[in-house]
Design a protein around this ligand. Sequence first.
Ligand code: IPM
Ligand code: MG
Length: 358
Amino acid sequence: MTMKICVLPGDGIGPEITAEAVRVLKAVDTGFETEEALLGGCAVDATGSPYPEATRALARDADAVLLGAVGGPRWDSKPREQRPETGLLAIRKDLSLFANLRPAILYPELADSSTLKPEVVAGLDILIVRELTGDIYFGQPRGIETREIDGKRQRFGFNTMHYSEAEIVRIGRVAFEAARKRRGRLCSVDKMNVLETTQLWRDVMTELAREYPDVELSHMLVDNAAMQLVRAPKQFDVVVTGNMFGDILSDEASMLTGSIGMLPSASLDERGKGLYEPSHGSAPDIAGQGVANPLATILSAAMLLRYSFSMAENAERIENAVRKVLAQGFRTADIYSSGTKKLGTRAMGDAVLAALDS
Ligand code: IPM
Ligand code: MG
């Protein structure tokens, strides 16, 4: 049976970086069928919707989805239902991709690219498990309304944070299982000193821990976690948290590694079907110039092989090839430092392809 990958290049640098990842995927296995569709701003321009029906049909039918990035200033002033980000949230929800895995690994060659001291980040290997289909991102009611408050008619903005026990258990299990396969430590991040939703989060994680006696569970308040991530990031193995805190902490963690241009991500449903995308955005400032770093997308393709296609060996081949090009001194502009060789997007793809077979 031929595996089908739905490719969503998206906006900005998305098309350039996904092209390289597709080349790498096809080089490790010729048995994939890829089909492209529109998501984000390009979809708004073509159809008026950031997640058109044709894309939905293709994504639902595929065995896995590879995404570039969506968004750009051109669409920022559009009504919310026509914003690229709305398309991204819609596909996550539509495909029930509740488990977002964001690894932050520091490649030794890039220790100098981090803004933190090399000794603070050397050997860093964190996995952030972010819940992706709940929380204040999707909670109702939400909106901006005009209301009478304190005798004055004024605008009023509101969102709703909520989690059900089942939603917490399901993401908790993903995190405990991941910790079990790694160094056996899980830190659950919440704000239980203020928010009831996250008190429930902490209670449920604590109860769940009884089923995983081999995993050491700890809890941390999100403000402290933000601080600890820059103070002593190597204390973390797996971090599990809700949608909103995970969004913020994963950006923070990415910069520990030198460049957000290196970080892949996987968003999985209950059966392991997934959407794979770099953790970074669409970088409209450098779009079309052929200078973007394709490595995060290439590493996302490796995650695709590992999690959706159970091809761990091929995933490792790609990850080793990325390590090799870094060791060879090849860099894109975002991770360039003097003494290394600066490559464009396509040339970096070529270097990875060459390293696959060497
Ligand atoms: C991310 C992004 C998205 C999010 C935006 C683009 C909607 O920041 O994937 O982290 O907030 O989830
Ligand atoms: Mg984010």
